[in-house]
Design a protein around this ligand. Structure first.
Ligand code: SAH
Length: 219
């Protein structure tokens, strides 16, 4: 019988060899090392927790590939005191990473699926993420009641850059989001300046669809 702890340790080592090649932020790598991904996946997927792949978390949703989490997090360029928003809590894994990178800040994270939200909230509490406010998504996209945010991270594919999230971004703030059709998106980094929005494309990605206002039609 394969010893699951040995397998996880081996996979984890191999994963961090990859991450250290691609990600230059020491803070982001440290945060990735500190959050146990196996605690954020369903029991049957624990043995695969340190493979560099997305995994099913129920309700047709996925926890992103570790490399994608690290890449997006690095793009946010956090200093540690920001007011941040994540749209799409999912498993809570990305939120736990952001929590460690915001020692003097606060993360608001919203999820539209009740089952995922409840699981994620319990996990975040168990991991001691006291600077995270996890809430159910409302009829309005994002969390306008807590805006403006210094950074916004969207972890579901948006058909186009959502206007309402741009409005929730502070001047000087940064937004990272997958934008494009259902099958493949561009990972966008948008910065709000005094004059407007400056947008750059970081590369290609594949996310599950954003649903509800400014999202895709439910299929
Ligand atoms: N960041 C997550 C992965 C997110 S998967 C993690 O670390 O595990 C994308 C999530 O976005 C799904 O859970 C989906 O239910 C959620 N979602 C889709 N549309 C949404 C919306 N309009 N508001 C909030 N969450 C949404």
């Amino acid at each position: 019988m394969i010893n699951i702890f040995k397998k996880l340790e081996r996979d984890r080592h191999a994963l961090f060899v990859i991450l250290r090649k691609e990600i230059s932020s020491k803070q982001v790598l440290d945060a990735m090392e500190r959050v146990p991904r196996e605690e954020f996946v369903p029991p049957e997927a624990r043995g695969m927790a340190y493979l560099n792949i997305p995994l099913a978390i129920g309700s047709g949703q996925t926890i992103s590939q570790p490399y994608m989490v690290a890449w997006m997090t690095e793009a946010l360029g956090l200093r540690g005191d920001e007011r941040a928003l994540e749209v799409g809590t999912g498993s809570g894994y990305q939120a736990a990473i952001l929590s460690l990178l915001l020692p003097r800040g606060r993360l608001y994270t919203v999820e539209r699926d009740l089952g995922l939200f409840e699981n994620a909230r319990a996990r975040l509490a168990q991991q001691g993420c006291h600077n995270v406010t996890a809430e159910m998504a409302t009829d309005a996209l994002g969390a306008p009641e807590y805006a403006p945010f210094d950074v916004i991270l969207v972890t579901a594919a948006c058909p186009r850059l959502p206007d309402s999230l741009v409005k929730q971004l502070a001047v000087g703030g940064r937004l990272v989001a997958p934008v494009g059709p259902r099958d493949e998106q561009d990972l966008i980094l948008a910065s709000r300046t005094g004059e407007g929005l400056s947008v750059s494309v970081m590369g290609k990605c594949r996310f599950v669809p954003l649903l509800g206002p400014e999202g895709f039609e439910e299929s």
